[in-house]
Ligand binder design. Structure first.
Ligand SMILES: C[S@@+](CC[C@H](N)C(=O)[O-])C[C@H]1O[C@@H](n2cnc3c(N)ncnc32)[C@H](O)[C@@H]1O
Length: 296
């Protein structure tokens, strides 16, 4: 399997039944014994860690045609959770937002069942409610989202748009986004959502450079945040709102020990946004950090 992954990543055999597979933003070491294979994955952030684990899991399951295997990942020693708000206050605030409702709650549950640990990428109910509130308050009609996953945040955005509203939803994964469709349909918003599968940067760059959107949400690969921001701002109408998720990267944006591409990209975009004369910017201590940027 290690050799096979050489098409997708840097691989190294480090001994009998041992090796490492290195991806752009993470790595996995493998050590086999007679009964089991011990995997240790590490990555620059939780999303990347989940990505590494997902690729490894899928390859293992594909290779294990002769035998039944199970791939279990235990929780990382330190996750992305940043405790900005004391846990008791956090519980209290979650309990005092408008409840997510049956459909979103079911989508969150389906996502957990279908994607396992990757479900941690989904926006939480309170962040979803914030997105919905922002779309309604801004009166947006045309929105764009970078990073759909199983469609939770898309649903929050789409249902806050008017009936003739439009959401361009961008993601690379047909597998994860296929979970979204039935929920969008049941919410009666699937006709407002234009799902484009492919690298979001290509989708963005193919759009005319005119201010066609009133709302944008970035929640995808962190290394591309500066590029997404550069492409989106010219396409945002005056008064339009750009929202960026995970701007703290678990607090590591403050830690000079983290110098990989993703962390540098996030620092760069945070700095550029705060100095951008076209925008009014507020960074909120919501979950992993949410920035609101309103185009003047
Ligand atoms: C954090 S998840 C999005 C979560 C989603 N907003 C939600 O609330 O459920 C990030 C998503 O970005 C997608 N993604 C990663 N790299 C991408 C790229 N280059 N272009 C488009 N989507 C990408 C992944 O497939 C994943 O679904």
């Amino acid at each position: 399997m290690i050799s096979h992954m050489g098409h997708k990543a840097d691989v190294e055999h480090t001994g009998a039944g041992r090796g490492t597979i290195t991806f752009r933003s993470g790595a996995c070491s493998l050590a086999s014994s007679q009964r089991e294979l011990v995997l240790i994955a590490a990555a620059v952030d939780l999303d990347s860690l989940i990505g590494v684990q997902d690729v490894i899991t899928r390859h293992l399951l594909r290779f294990a045609t002769q035998e039944e295997i199970r791939v279990d990942w235990t929780d990382p020693g330190s996750g992305d959770a940043l405790e900005i708000v004391a846990p008791a206050v956090d519980d209290y605030l979650r309990a005092h937002c408008t409840p997510a409702g049956e459909l979103l709650t079911e989508l969150a549950e389906t996502t957990r069942e279908a994607t396992g640990r990757a479900a941690g990428m989904q926006v939480t109910a309170d962040e979803g409610a914030l997105l919905e509130m922002l779309v309604r308050l801004s009166g947006a009609r045309r929105a764009i989202e970078i990073g759909v996953f199983t469609g939770y945040s898309s649903l929050c955005i789409a249902r806050a748009l008017p009936a003739d509203g439009y959401l361009l939803a961008c993601d690379v994964s047909s597998e994860w986004t296929s979970i979204a469709r039935p929920y969008w349909r049941r919410a009666g918003v699937d006709d407002r959502i234009d799902l484009r599968i492919g690298p979001a940067l290509d989708t963005l760059r193919a759009l005319p450079e005119e201010p066609a959107f009133d709302f944008a949400f970035i929640d995808a690969d962190k290394g591309n945040y500066p590029r997404y921001y550069e492409e989106i701002v010219p396409r945002l109408a005056s008064g339009g709102l750009l929202v960026l998720d995970n701007v703290f990267l678990g607090g590591r944006v403050l830690d000079p020990a983290f110098q990989d591409d993703d962390h540098q990209a996030m620092r760069r975009v945070n700095k550029a946004l705060s100095r951008d004369g076209r925008l009014d910017v507020v960074m909120l201590p919501v979950r992993d950090g949410v920035t609101l940027a309103r185009k003047r």
